[in-house]
Design a protein around this ligand. Structure first.
Ligand code: NAD
Length: 319
């Protein structure tokens, strides 16, 4: 069910994240306007949405009629004043650059009606650093969707020091209405909750490689073949409860002092970047990426994520 008073959602920046975010709002029944720097980018965004919807139809997550109706709810508009003038909710998903975001949010603050809620999809920039640019800090929050946004349920809603309680409540209600799983982050911390957890794991992985304990391939195998599988059903604290907090406490006592606590990227990681091993786009990163290996992993990942979406839906529909 749509949230009252929210009819039109404007997504500013229709790139990797923006097009998927627009899609999920349109799928739920909201009118969506995608805005970007030119029509070519907007054309690519709509093509991306069409591909995602085709996949959903093939997988039985949507009927062909629902997919068509979703597309019909999406329009594109390069002209920001025209796109913003009757938006009820805006998701800013432009480049991850504080000054750029402040400029876009400043324009939106001037162009949108007084009631419009502004949100930013930043990956980890400070909500309090962006809020003053909006001219409505009480109606501004971060909504951090995860990639790919049409397949991952979580959205972190990050409260700024001046965000009104009613804004949080409305944004949470809207996110629930588009079938997302919102979690309110109560303080303005860098990286929010999810990326802090991810990067704690990443830092330890780098430390293990740096110290010659195992290879990058070993790290991926260990995670995928063990707690990575469990984490999709039992979170880290549920796991601690299942196994016994007393056991976790005893292990923490000897392990915490030994865990990596580097405050700078490890020398081995610096070297990797200096050698241009920047990942799939260079064919080499921590691992080598010959042929279509990356594409096969992405496809497998998306199939798994779709399986989860179907399971979530079955659970919701169960009596
Ligand atoms: N890629 C991820 O995995 C991921 C995950 C979560 C959050 N984010 C965040 O989402 C935001 C967007 O990231 P992305 O990966 O989609 O980037 P992207 O480069 O794919 O897309 C950004 C889009 O914004 C457009 N844009 C830039 N300035 C604009 C302006 N002034 N007006 C209108 N459009 C403008 C660009 O043309 C581009 O299409 C960033 O803040 C990023 O940190 C990214």
């Amino acid at each position: 069910m749509l949230v009252e008073g929210i009819q039109k959602v404007l997504v500013v920046g229709a790139g990797l994240m923006g097009h998927g975010i627009g899609q999920v709002f349109a799928q739920a029944g909201y009118a969506v306007v995608l805005n970007d720097l030119d029509d070519e980018r907007l054309g690519r965004a709509v093509e991306g949405i069409r591909r995602n919807l085709d996949l959903f139809v093939r997988e039985g997550l949507l009927t062909a009629t629902e997919a068509e109706a979703t597309l019909a709810r999406i329009t594109t508009e390069v002209d920001l004043p025209r796109a913003a003038r009757d938006a009820d909710l805006v998701v800013e998903a432009t480049f991850e650059d504080l000054e750029g975001k402040r400029a876009v949010l400043g324009r939106l603050g001037m162009l949108c009606p007084a009631h419009t809620i502004l949100t930013s999809n930043t990956s980890g920039l400070s909500v309090n650093a962006m809020a003053p640019a909006t001219n409505r800090p009480d109606r501004f929050v971060v909504t951090h969707f995860w990639n790919p946004p049409h397949l991952i349920p979580l959205v972190e809603v990050v409260r700024g020091e001046n965000t009104a309680e009613t804004t949080i409540a409305r944004v949470v209600a809207v996110l629930r209405s588009i079938d997302k799983a919102p979690v309110v982050v109560q303080k303005d911390v860098l990286g929010f909750v999810g990326n802090r957890l991810q990067y704690a794991l990443f830092r330890e992985a780098l430390g293990l490689i740096q110290n010659g304990v195992c290879t990058a391939e070993d790290i991926d195998t260990v995670v995928k073949m063990s707690f990575g599988r469990r984490l999709t059903t039992a979170g880290p604290l549920e796991t601690a409860d299942l196994n016994g907090t007393d056991l976790f406490f005893n292990i923490s006592r000897y392990l915490f002092p030994d865990l990596d606590n580097s405050t700078e990227p490890h020398p081995f990681f610096r070297q990797l970047i200096a050698e241009g091993r920047i990942g799939v786009k260079a064919g080499r990163g921590f691992r080598d990426w010959p042929g279509d290996r990356a594409e096969r992993i992405r496809e497998r990942r998306d199939r798994e994520l779709i399986r989860w979406l179907k399971q979530d839906r079955e659970q919701k529909e169960a009596p």
